[in-house]
Design a protein around this ligand. Sequence first.
Ligand code: C5P
Length: 210
Amino acid sequence: MLVSAGPTFEAIDPVRGITNLSSGKMGFSMARAAREAGAEVTLVAGPVHLPTPRGVNRVNVQSALQMHCAVLQQVDASQVFIATAAVADWRPASAADQKIKKDGSGQTPHLSFIENPDILADVARSPRAVAGDLFCVGFAAESHDLLAHATAKRARKGVPLLVGNIGPATFGQDDNALLLVDSQGARELPHASKHHLARALIADIARRLA
Ligand code: C5P
């Protein structure tokens, strides 16, 4: 099982960058629960301060491009890909080699952005995923209309299972509530600790694979 987790960090210069509030806790809980259920687990982690779950193989990355590369390297050896990472949608078009200096003139730097690759969508359209040999699970952190957004995102990403949650309510917290959306409809996993929800979600995925 391959799990992506945490935020990504998109460099502006050697000392600055753009990131987000993802703590990585849900992804790390998924990796731990999968390992406890007997899976061999690789966790591709963005910059987070979390200990590696026991028995899990961890690959640390910073940027979305590095995460994309690490996931594509690992995915051929996987039967399941769970994308919990909060990947930055855009990165600065070019990172400065040296720190951008404030020169006292009041002028501000102009940043332009490039869209990052969609790691989950790329994996979901790979031949093994299309053939059903690789089961892909996406996450959606929304602020409202969870069912509608999660249903639309499942179709857009081309994944059999999309797990919705309310982002602002869960970022950094130890608990969460999930909405599992598949081709049949939606099922709620009510409010509980992320460890508890991760175990329930891994059990659900195992039933789908059986
Ligand atoms: O499009 P959005 O970021 O809301 O989609 C969220 C889902 O897609 C999550 O499963 C996330 O890990 C994944 N994703 C990705 N690569 C991106 C953006 C999102 O794998 N560049």
